[in-house]
Ligand binder design. Structure first.
Ligand code: ZN
Length: 291
């Protein structure tokens, strides 16, 4: 979809994952990013793991969620292309050193380069199977430069929310955070209405659904000089194991809470259905795994 965009331009707008390898003989090498990623997308697995292990409520704070996002490779295909394969499951590469007879190489770490301008997809589609769950688009983001680190002295990649694009009546408009009289305000721009900024309110107004139309994507600008996050393979494997564990608890998982912070038997579980024989499970509330 973006073959016309040059690699130099992509460096500013797209996420990249660079894999570091080590062969059995100890040679270290990297493989360049196979794909660039124009927007960060949510995955149900990451959402389920976050809700099961990190969240205390049904409201996900984007800044917290990003600390646990496993590097994934959505590729450059159409948006309907299936799957977001984790980068650490990339098939083994042969060693490029001349004369090396090693047949397999192992991933040691993945470096993720966060772009100057970050696009994040609206969460509604990813949340369609998570009844009552919402994601708050944090106005500032702090992503530790070492995956999984909670140390306060770990440098962070930081971002600020600058606006979002909105699709309405067949064309795109935008909501922008712009200083007005010394305070950030939510301003609306619509080139079909004279191209003048309309002040809609303070900076919290952008947290609401658009007055007209639907949100298309959110735009953040990086405010840190550092831009890369190192994910050691052991930390990613542990996070992925946690994800699969959280996922496997639900044969047909529906994340449900009867009270804040307490995961319960999903309504799709046979034991729930035996106890509640008249409960009708609708398609909107079912999620299928391994099918
Ligand atoms: Zn080698």
């Amino acid at each position: 979809m973006d073959s016309a965009i040059t690699p130099n331009t992509k460096l500013h707008f797209f996420m990249q994952h660079t894999i570091h390898w080590k062969c059995d003989s100890g040679h270290e090498f990297t493989s360049d990013p196979a794909h660039f990623h124009p927007a960060l997308r949510y995955t149900p697995g990451d959402i389920q793991r976050f809700l099961s292990l990190q969240s205390v409520s049904k409201k996900i704070i984007l800044n917290d969620y990003l600390h646990y996002v496993i590097p994934r490779d959505p590729g450059n295909g159409p948006t309907s292309a299936p799957g977001l394969p984790p980068v650490h499951l990339t098939p083994s590469k042969s060693c490029p050193y001349s004369g090396c007879r090693s047949t397999a190489s192992q991933i040691t770490c993945i470096y993720t380069s966060w772009p100057k301008f970050l696009h994040i997809s609206p969460p509604k589609e990813a949340l369609s199977n998570f009844d009552g769950v919402s994601i708050h688009m944090s106005h500032t983001l702090k992503i530790p430069s070492v995956f999984g680190s909670n140390a306060s002295d770990t440098p962070c990649v930081t971002y600020e929310l600058v606006g979002r694009s909105v699709f309405q009546n067949g064309h795109f408009t935008s909501d922008l955070l712009i200083p007005q009289n010394g305070k950030l305000s939510t301003c609306h721009y619509n080139d079909m209405r004279g191209g003048k900024l309309e002040v809609h309110g303070d900076e919290t107004v952008i947290d609401n659904d658009p007055i007209v139309g639907v949100e298309d994507f959110y735009a953040y600008v990086r405010t840190s000089d550092i831009a890369s996050v190192r994910s050691d393979i052991s930390a990613i494997k542990q996070a992925y194991f946690d994800l699969e564990t959280a996922w496997s608890k639900y044969f047909r998982p529906v994340y449900d809470l009867t009270r804040e912070g307490a995961p319960t038997v999903p309504k799709s579980d046979p034991s729930f259905q035996r106890a509640n024989p008249h409960y009708q499970l609708t398609n909107n509330h079912s999620m299928y795994v391994n099918t």
